[in-house]
Design a binder for this molecule. Structure first.
Ligand code: SAH
Length: 234
């Protein structure tokens, strides 16, 4: 009896550790529902995007010690001096892309992997690039754990993935000084590229639609602030 009890307690303690790290909880589910309401109030109205964000446990993508703040509508630091994007920004960029199941999507800046999970949850076939090794590795672990299997590459986003293109949608999640032409050229005709373009502190959210082989339409959706899209080897 005593031994049995001991084993039970041991298993329970072990489960609690796993629990803390991996499992969702009613508390987090509740906070997540509240966050989705905040996003609605801020003007996000695409139900598939809101549903994806209602489902995905953002706290699992946060750096250690930040889990409790996962359902605040803020960006937070992650490894390698980078950030997990603000939920509103994730929702806004994803909405501009108008992702449909089966879309072939390229993301630049995997970072925490949270935005990648949202795109994968929408049923897209996702390719995502990251130039920080640590994040490239950690994002894959958590995405796999949650049942998402995007193609992840440790690679400079400025090059895109010409051999796998053209893409229906391209999303840049770091601020680029100018629209990267190499990426625009990897869009299908009718495809959409969303990227924050501008200097280091503040960028303009640009939606570029490819109208033909040579014509693109550009629309500006106002100011946002991202970590910079870096060039070179660092
Ligand atoms: N989508 C991420 C946002 C991370 S912040 C998320 O949901 O968490 C932007 C990311 O872009 C950082 O991880 C940064 O390392 C990466 N990045 C910056 N320049 C890059 C480049 N040239 N190629 C690929 N990734 C880049």
């Amino acid at each position: 009896m005593i031994v049995e009890k001991h084993i039970k307690n041991y298993t329970f303690a072990k489960l609690k550790i796993l629990d803390k790290k991996m499992r969702d909880s009613y508390k987090y589910k509740g906070l997540r529902a509240r966050l989705v309401e905040v996003l609605r109030q801020k003007g996000i109205n695409q139900e598939p995007v809101l549903n994806a964000m209602l489902k995905i446990p953002r706290h699992l993508f946060m750096a250690a010690g930040f889990e409790e703040r996962a359902y605040q509508d803020n960006a937070f630091p992650i490894a390698a001096g980078q950030t997990i994007s603000q939920p509103y920004t994730v929702a806004f960029q994803t909405s501009l892309l108008n992702i449909k199941p089966g879309d072939k999507v390229l993301e630049i800046g995997t970072g925490s992997g949270y935005q990648a999970a949202v795109i994968a949850e929408l049923g897209a076939k996702l390719y995502t690039l990251e130039r920080q090794k640590e994040l490239f590795k950690s994002a894959q672990v958590i995405l796999k754990e949650l049942g998402y299997f995007p193609y992840c590459y440790f690679k400079d986003g400025y090059e895109g993935l010409p051999t796998y293109g053209p893409f229906d949608k391209i999303l840049v999640t770091a601020g680029a000084p100018e629209m990267p032409a190499s990426l625009a050229n990897q869009l299908k005709i009718g495809g959409i590229l969303v990227a924050p373009i501008g200097p280091t502190d503040v960028q303009e959210m640009i939606k570029l639609t490819r109208l033909s082989e040579t014509e693109f339409e550009s629309k500006n959706y106002g100011a946002f602030s991202f970590v910079p899209m870096l060039t070179g080897k660092k």
